[in-house]
Design a protein around this ligand. Structure first.
Ligand SMILES: CC(C)(COP(=O)(O)OP(=O)(O)OC[C@H]1O[C@@H](n2cnc3c(N)ncnc32)[C@H](O)[C@@H]1OP(=O)(O)O)[C@@H](O)C(=O)NCCC(=O)NCCS
Length: 234
């Protein structure tokens, strides 16, 4: 399927009816644009860990691209205040993770333990620590995650969703937004990094990560990117 026209989809605010489709896209694209299934067996647990904040605690900053009335073809998980998100995560989501771990059958699959092991090892090595975090959250308090279904990529969906979020942030007088993306050590050589550069983001920091080594050949960096918003609206 090839889509080249921005009028094939519309950008809409989140509704709970879209939750399952968002989870489906997240699970199908969450591992560097590919399926998370070979790495982790439980989409429900990942929903609790990664999506719940955006759907439950800040749904007004979640945008979806919808085609043919109700098919979600992409989503943007937005957050206007990253420090708030971290507080909500610690007080409301973290306590649900242990019960969720068993309810969603995480312990009974070997691949889950392999992934958790790599993740914990990465944490110990500081791979996911964000450089100059205090300054980052002060200058660029908002953040986002974005994903588009594979057949819909390069059709302007990501760009349209980011534009919506930028406008929303500008209206709220929030002047900076950041994100985390993954790519090879050479600057500018993957789709996601090029996409964000084309949307006005620049690199803030990068560090090597090993989390995805089992699924992807070659070294990989976790890249923090930032964007000022005054530049966007004249
Ligand atoms: C990255 C992603 C969100 C981009 O969304 P998209 O809808 O395909 O991007 P758009 O069509 O809006 O692209 C806008 C511009 O960005 C640049 N761009 C987007 N994808 C690109 C790619 N793969 N390679 C090079 N440039 C790219 C181009 O300049 C493009 O304009 P053009 O098509 O007129 O040349 C999408 O590819 C995706 O979901 N990838 C998997 C998930 C992911 O990596 N998310 C980011 C981590 S938070």
């Amino acid at each position: 399927m090839e889509h080249g026209h921005t009028d094939d989809f519309t950008i809409e605010p989140y509704r709970p009816a879209y939750r399952e489709q968002i989870l489906e896209i997240f699970y199908a694209t969450g591992l560097l644009g590919k399926s998370l299934e070979p790495a982790f067996s439980s989409p429900r647990f990942l929903e609790l860990l990664f999506l719940r904040y955006y759907t439950q605690y800040e749904p007004q900053s979640l945008w979806v691209a919808v085609s043919e009335g109700s098919t979600v073809v992409g989503y943007l998980l937005g957050c206007q205040n990253t420090k708030r998100q971290r507080r909500v995560f610690l007080t409301h989501i973290l306590p649900r993770l242990l019960p969720g771990f068993f309810i969603h059958n995480v312990p009974w699959r070997k691949r889950n333990w392999a992934f958790i092991g790599r993740w914990l090892w990465g944490m110990l090595r500081g791979e996911f620590r964000t450089a100059y975090a205090d300054e980052l959250y002060q200058k660029y308090p908002a953040h986002l995650h974005v994903s588009v279904r594979r057949p819909w990529r390069r059709a302007g969906v990501g760009q349209a969703m980011l534009q919506h979020f930028f406008d929303q942030l500008t209206d709220a007088r929030i002047t900076g937004v950041h994100l985390q993306a993954y790519g090879p050590p050479q600057p500018d050589s993957t789709g996601a990094l090029r996409f964000f550069a084309s949307m006005g983001f620049r690199e803030w920091a990068r560090r090597p990560v090993q989390l995805f080594h089992a699924f992807r050949a070659g070294p990989l960096h976790r890249v923090t990117m930032v964007r000022h918003l005054e530049l966007f609206k004249g």
